[in-house]
Design a protein around this ligand. Sequence first.
Ligand code: C2E
Ligand code: MG
Ligand code: MG
Ligand code: MG
Length: 289
Amino acid sequence: FAKQFHKGTAVLFEPEHEVEICQLARVEQLLRRADLSKEMYVEFQPITDIRLGHTHAFEALARWQSPELGPVAPNLFIQAAERSGFIVELTRQLVRRTLQHAHSWPKHMRVSINLSARDIASMDAVDALIRIVRESLIDPRRIDFEITETALVCDFDQARAALTKFAALGARIALDDFGTGHSSLSHLQLLPLDKLKIDSSFIANMETDRASQDIIRALILLCRSMKIDCILEGVETESQLKMVRDMGGRLVQGFHIARPMSISDVTAYITDEQQRTNRTASANRAADR
Ligand code: C2E
Ligand code: MG
Ligand code: MG
Ligand code: MG
């Protein structure tokens, strides 16, 4: 597995990436002796149903505040953790903490958790995660597991078996960053997928690039005919939101709606949303009378 794993990241060892390698090695080293319970935490970013006007899910995003380095970019420390295998322990801790919070959210709100290749590389690893889910108080049917296509290339059959086991638990599976990596439409057929998350680069280019627009529109239609959810990632502006809505997009995630936030901000965000919903409901009742 290690060999296959490194095959995917071999580009890191080209000379022009020397600085990045050093940085990555340093991060890896510091991460190894980090006190996870003190230095790591989770932020949550809403995925909004723009048709129903409420939060569909919160995606859990790992944060690391290193005493030596300060805040470290998730893309960097996740990559370091994946390389060293430390990710497995990290994921377990994050899942435990995330589910503790998510349990108390309104029942229609889901929680979305990112998994790495190593997290599903063996059935033992999968069973350990399933145990954590069972030990939590949350209904597993409220959980989405996100996996990127790059995580599928190592051992596709194992990945499929793992995802099938999560699906049997009642959790839903989302394919993350779709359209970058090693996209293959056969993934949509061969995996028990419930959701497709269209990579943010398509939204970023949508206004200047006709092809990005066409791809988004086609993927929204594809998802609809396959009866899976389509999530548009990286919506940063009102005009992007409008375009996505006009194309029939329903589930949206991005800075324009909300940035990832602390757990206490999530609580305030939910309270706000509920008050807004109640106000709308009573206004509608008043209008009906
Ligand atoms: P991702 O899973 O695709 O998560 C979405 C990323 O896009 C997050 O970056 C989020 O902050 C960012 N984002 C959301 N909306 C916008 C927007 O409108 N504009 C822009 N420019 N960015 C937006 P973040 O938190 O830095 O995480 C980066 C990546 O690190 C994640 O991408 C995911 O692949 C990985 N990651 C984060 N937390 C975890 C984790 O707990 N486990 C694993 N395995 N990977 C994680
Ligand atoms: Mg994700
Ligand atoms: Mg993504
Ligand atoms: Mg990403």
